[in-house]
Structures are given as C-alpha cells and as structure tokens.
Design a protein around this ligand. Structure first.
Ligand code: FAS
Ligand code: PHB
Length: 392
C-alpha cells in the first residue's frame, strides 16, 4: 500500500489533521489501535479556543459545534469566599471560548471521516515506524492477524502520550522536560444543570474545584485529590459532599446533584519532548506534550500542532516546497511553552500543595491577578489562547 501521509491515532489530533488533508486532496490513512467507542468513551476536554473552532470550521465539520457549542465571554475564579470574573471581552480584545466537549468534536470528525470514505483502520496492532529519517519511510501494522505495510511520504504521530511515535525518535536525540504534581483531578460528569452560566475555578481550605459543563443540562465537575485516591472509593454522594464543601456560600445553594455518568481520576503532569520531529516523522498533540488541565490547554495545543503541520504539508504538496517541513518543531514549541507556563502557573495558583509560604503567595497572586486590569489581561489573553503564527 502507498499513501502520502500516514496518521497514527484517531483522537482529535489525528482526525482533524486527516480531514483537513483529505479536503485538500492530500491522501492519508489513519491507524487507530482502539475501537471508535473506546475513543469516544474517554471524557476529556471541554473548552475550545478560537483557534480550534476555526480549524474545525475549515475542516467543514462545525455544523453541530456551531449549533450546540456554548460561547463564553468570561470565566470566574473563587477564593477566600468571593468570586471574581475574568472578562474576555474587556481583557482579551473581545475574544471568547466555546464550551463543546472533546468527545463531541471527536464524534463529529469520525462521522465526517466515514462520510468522505477516506481510509481509517481501527483495532490495529503492533504499529511500527521504519526509516522515518530516510526519503522512503514505511509504516507496518497488524490487523486481524494480517501484516500490512504502507509506504508513505510523511508520518503524523497523533498517538498520544503512550503511543509509539515519540519512542521512534532515538533517545539520544530527544530532550524531555517533565514536572509531576502531587495531586490528581477527580472528574464527575452528570446530567444536571450547571451551577452557573460560566466556568468557576476555585480554591478553598478543602482544596481545588472546577465547575464546568458540556451543555445547559450536563455538568462536568472536578476536585483535586491525593494521588493515592482510588475512584472506586468515591461514591456519588461522597463526591457531591466534597464538592459542595469547597464551594463559596454564594453558589453552594445552586448545586444540583444527580447520578454520575462518568467518574475518573487524572494525574496532573507537565511534559514536553523536544524536538517534535525526526526526519519525516512529526509528533502532534499529546504524543509530544502534556499540560495539567487547569489552563484548558491540552486539546487546544494539539489543534495548534495540527494547524502548523497541515499548513506546512500544503506548502510541500501545493507549492512544491519540501524544505518547509524544517520549521515544524520550532513553530509548535514556541506556542507550547507559553501554554505550558500558563498551565503550570494556573495550577500553582489554584492548588495548595502543603507549603504554607506558597499558600500565602497563592492568596497574593489570586488577589492581584483577578483584582487589577494588568492581572486580568494576563489571565484572559492566555486563557482564550495565543494566536497561531504564520507558516512561511
Ligand atoms: P489522544 O490521546 O486523545 O489520542 C491518541 C490516539 O492514539 C488514541 O485514540 C489512542 O488509542 C491512539 N493510539 C495510541 N497509541 C497507538 C498506536 N501505537 N497505534 C495506533 N493508535 C494509537 N485537555 C483539555 O484541554 N482539558 C481537559 O479538561 C482535559 N482533560 C483530560 C483528562 C484526561 C484523563 C486526559 C488523559 C487528558 C485530558 N486533556 C484535557 C488533554 C486531552 O484532551 C488531550 O490534549 C487530547 O486528547 C489530545 O488529543 P490527541 O493528541 O489526539 O491524543
Ligand atoms: C472541562 O470542562 O472538562 C474542563 C474545563 C476547563 C478546564 C479543564 C477541564 O481547565
């Protein structure tokens, strides 16, 4: 088999890249090790920056997102019993974010892939990347016991943190940066009306909380827990009691409880692999970087990588500029490191990791950054997302 681009992974990165390339007439094959249901069953991101919204529109897959997505002009931050609002219109030049679940985007992209008939293979095994640093890379995999080979021009490693792509880059060429936080987020999804029109991030003496949503009738909540906690030890009642105890008096009465549709604990980590390319192999999204979800950046960073790789491949194939691939890693990393810093900073400002000096700094930071125009602009401009750079 031969194609122009092999995409490993059918998460949001792989599916979005695949749709954009297909629409541009660039042949690509997507290889996914799981089933569609498994991919859709992972409850993850919920906040979309304008960048990914425009990419999904450009891919021609925005109809449901535009109909059901919730535009948000601000976000709220609760501490010391009060709630302050970060106004994006006032402090981020009128930009906004859209609340629309990663699961929904993934489902919309899966449907588009099926409708256009572009090749995608689920439940593949033993994907291997051969000679990515040559002019003739090859991808092999197994499916239903059959061995398959795909000769290609380029490989997009959209296979997440635990995929095969990053490990294909020789360890001697990789520099990895990592910070592991001493807590995880216990996430809870319920068909209950959200506590407020906007997201509320907060920290109380009991710990961090986040009140988010997926629609006007479906809520998504988080509390931070120690890493030795097990999700099976958290009954629905125990979760609701813990969340309620962390909420400010002013909103606690608005909390509507109900049975969980999904409950999971996600560890918090900052991670980056440099460089993000090796010959004709490009790392995209979680394959190359992870952020703590406090800045709502994970999915949005993945989409930034997709934007850069897509526009570079357009230059390669439509302008006959194969040398354009050399800029990919540096372009991605400039944006990624800003989001890594923002996510690390928001995490430290909203989580008490037990040091009493740091706890006092948290109060000072929260008071300054939510109480001054300068501070509010810092949060707003990075929360709505930095603009994509031009691909030359
Ligand atoms: P993904 O991990 O989504 O997709 C990779 C795909 O590759 C998977 O389908 C996997 O099955 C497949 N794959 C892996 N190895 C393979 C192989 N060898 N062969 C073939 N296929 C292979 N981000 C936010 O912005 N906000 C959040 O609240 C948030 N919460 C999160 C909670 C959790 C528990 C996790 C893990 C992440 C969360 N994220 C959040 C980040 C998340 O949304 C990611 O940024 C996003 O899924 C990145 O998408 P992909 O890069 O496509 O990687
Ligand atoms: C979510 O809705 O899942 C969500 C929103 C904002 C975050 C993290 C998660 O920062």
């Amino acid at each position: 088999m031969k194609t122009q681009v092999v995409i490993i992974g059918a998460g949001p990165s792989g599916l979005l890249l695949g749709q954009l390339l297909h629409n541009a007439g660039i042949d690509n094959i997507i290889l996914e090790r799981a089933t569609p249901d498994y991919v859709l069953g992972r409850i993850r991101a919920g906040v979309l920056e304008e960048g990914i919204v425009s990419m999904v529109r450009e891919a021609g897959v925005a109809e449901r997102m535009d109909r059901e997505g919730l535009p948000h002009g601000g976000v709220q931050i609760a501490f010391n019993g009060e709630i302050r609002r970060v106004d994006f219109h006032k402090h981020a030049n009128g930009k906004q974010v859209v609340v629309y679940g990663q699961t929904e985007i993934t489902a919309d992209l899966m449907e588009a892939r099926q409708a256009c008939g572009a090749p995608i293979h689920y439940k593949v095994e033993k994907v291997q990347i051969h000679d990515p640093d040559s002019d003739n890379p090859l991808v092999t995999y197994e499916k239903d016991g059959q061995q398959h080979r795909i000769a290609c021009d380029y490989i997009a490693g959209c296979d997440g943190f635990h995929g095969v792509s990053r490990k294909t880059i020789p360890e001697s060429l990789r520099t990895e940066y990592e910070k592991v936080y001493p807590v995880g987020w216990l996430g809870f999804l319920a068909d209950t009306p959200p506590i407020d029109e906007e997201l509320i991030y907060g920290v109380s003496d009991k710990g961090f909380f986040l009140c988010s949503m997926r629609s006007h009738t479906r809520s998504r909540y988080y509390v931070d827990v120690s890493l030795d906690e097990k999700v099976e030890d958290w009954s629905d009642d125990r979760f609701w009691e813990e969340l309620s105890s962390r909420l400010p008096e002013s909103v606690r009465g608005k909390l509507v409880t109900g049975p969980s549709l999904e409950k999971s604990i996600a560890p918090l980590r900052s991670y980056i692999c440099e460089p993000m390319q090796y010959g004709r192999l490009f790392l995209v999204g979680d394959a190359a970087h992870i952020v703590p979800p406090t800045g709502a950046k994970g999915l949005n960073l993945a989409s930034g990588d997709v934007n850069y790789l897509y526009r570079i491949l357009l230059k390669v194939y439509k302008e006959n500029r194969p040398e354009a691939i050399a800029q990919y890693s540096a372009l991605c990393l400039r944006r990624i490191w800003h989001a890594e810093r923002f996510s690390w900073w928001m995490t430290n400002m909203l989580h008490d990791f037990g040091d009493k000096f740091d706890r006092k700094l948290m109060d000072s930071e929260l008071d300054f950054y939510t109480g001054t125009d300068a501070g509010l602009s810092v949060i707003a401009e990075q929360y709505v997302g930095l603009p994509y750079e031009e691909v030359v």
